[in-house]
Design a protein around this ligand. Structure first.
Ligand SMILES: *Cc1c(COP(=O)(O)O)cnc(C)c1O
Length: 484
């Protein structure tokens, strides 16, 4: 596609500014008047509409296609939440609205949303309180590990290590390292669980925290989770819950009850707000009682008279983690989503997500090698190892799916599964959509045996075909150059 600048014709214009009716003001030339006109495209309205509509049609999105991208929980983003987030009372609010008589008189509604969301997330996860500031899951992890570090420091404990299993998301060890810890990686045993022998041998009084995803990135719920938490607490370490997979357990069990001390929640995954190309995320962090005083400021508190205010009392706060109060629009959409679904709706969402994943798992397990052959939670992980025997890799399968109008599942993650295909259908997909996906996956398995080249040449329907990804990364060329 051409850039809109390339469609520019000198003098063409899509709109007119009404005459001001006053004499033009004289601006001091050198200081304020630009020497050259800005290089804006000169196009008509229809040029603009077509350009951006056609661009949007190149997008793969939850609104256009099935999107079983494991670990990302790409569920449908209900449009009523957009409508609520677009209400003027919210969009016209400014984070610097005057703090009248103790704070926030002009922003009571927004403060109430933040306050109530704190309560709702605390109830769903079993934590004492949340900060809404972190701007994504990874940012929540960093915040959480910083809270853990502040807690240990306050208690005079010098601790060096954070334990993560080898199935963990890369952001877990990265967050621990950025917060100043050394990372100990525990291998996964043959059943898909963190190796307990290895875990016990590494767990010492020098461990600050154990970071777990539960159910983990293999889509498996570890039945020993309580024992793992008890052992960690036994040496004074804290338990961190990576909430990316919360969509599997809403209303069924709560991280707080399982023994976790710090939790992040990806609102853009579990609570139906857009992410990826669709918008920014939010990664609120919840803590148990003993970490309350360390939470970032400001905090929204409710006064005796029922009004809300921002509390900047420092206690032992780790300070600011993000400007103002987090990605408010995202928090608001997630708040609307939770209220709309209610308790029974959230439970049903988790149940259906798990059912859909198991439906895919059971329908495909004769054609694809299961990473661990047992019922899964909200996502199922296969290996393309059988297809690899015919020269067809997970990457080839992903590319072929694009030609069939399906967003590829996550591939090559978790790292411990060779040729991993990680499928997360989410609860918002119908039986018909799942069946169509399964038919295509079965067709791919058959083609891998009979005509592997056909898969390896995909995608054929996209604006750019198979790329040399190494070259694209090494010789990055993102700059548009004028032909003139
Ligand atoms: C998505 C994800 C993260 C990181 O969350 P972001 O919101 O993308 O920063 C961490 N852990 C797991 C398991 C994830 O799936």
């Amino acid at each position: 596609m051409r850039l809109i600048f390339e469609n520019s014709v000198a003098g063409r214009c899509g709109f007119k500014v009404a005459p001001a009716g006053v004499a033009p003001a004289h601006l001091p030339e050198k200081k304020y008047v630009r020497a050259r006109p800005p290089e804006l495209p000169e196009v008509s309205e229809v040029d603009v509409v077509r350009h951006f509509t056609n661009l949007s049609r190149l997008n793969f999105s939850v609104d256009t296609n099935f999107y079983p991208l494991g670990s990302c929980t790409m569920k449908y983003n209900p449009k009523f939440a957009e409508k609520i987030a677009a209400m003027e009372g919210f969009t016209d609010a400014h984070p610097l609205l005057p703090q009248l008589s103790g704070g926030g008189i002009l922003a009571q509604g927004s403060l109430e949303v933040l306050y109530q969301m704190d309560k709702l997330l605390s109830e769903i996860t079993g934590m004492a309180a949340f900060t809404m500031q972190p701007l994504a899951g990874a940012h929540g992890e960093l915040t959480g590990v910083m809270l853990i570090a502040a807690y240990h420091k306050h208690n005079g404990a010098r601790r060096k290590y954070v334990i993560v299993p080898d199935s963990s998301h890369g952001t877990n060890p990265a967050s621990a390292a950025i917060a100043g810890y050394e990372v100990i990686v525990i291998p996964t045993d043959k059943n898909g669980y963190m190796d307990m022998q290895e875990y016990k041998s590494k767990l010492t009084e020098e461990v600050a925290a154990v970071m777990l995803t539960c159910p983990d990135t293999l889509g498996i719920f570890n039945p020993k989770i309580k024992e793992i938490a008890d052992l960690a607490h036994g040496v004074g370490a804290l338990m961190y819950y990576d909430g990316a997979n919360l969509n599997a357990i809403m209303g069924k069990c709560r991280p707080g009850d399982l023994g976790f001390d710090v939790v992040h929640v990806n609102l853009h995954k579990t609570f139906g707000t857009p992410h990826g190309g669709g918008g920014p995320g939010a990664g609120p962090v919840g803590v148990c009682e003993k970490l309350l005083d360390f939470l970032p400021i400001s905090r929204v508190v409710r006064r005796q008279d029922g009004t809300y205010m921002l509390d900047y009392t420092k206690r032992k706060t780790i300070g600011y983690i993000a400007p103002f109060y987090g990605n408010f629009g995202v928090i608001l959409k997630a708040y609307a989503y939770i209220l709309f679904l209610g308790k029974s709706g959230l439970i049903e969402a988790s149940e259906t997500a798990v059912l859909n994943a198991n439906y895919c798992r059971a329908s495909l397990k004769d054609r694809y090698e299961s990473a661990y052959d047992k019922p899964c939670m909200h996502e199922c992980v296969f290996s393309a190892s059988r297809q690899t025997e015919h020269g067809v890799h997970a990457l080839d399968i992903a590319k072929f799916l694009i030609d069939r109008g399906i967003h590829p599942p996550t591939i090559y993650f978790p790292l411990i599964v060779k040729e991993a295909l990680m499928i997360e259908p989410t609860e918002t997909e119908s039986r018909e959509t799942l069946d169509a996906f399964i038919r295509i996956m079965i067709e791919i398995a058959r083609l891998a045996q009979t005509d592997p080249e056909r898969i390896k040449e995909a995608p054929l329907t996209t604006p750019v075909k198979r790329l040399d990804e190494t070259k694209a990364a090494r010789e990055l060329d993102l700059c548009w150059k004028s032909k003139s």
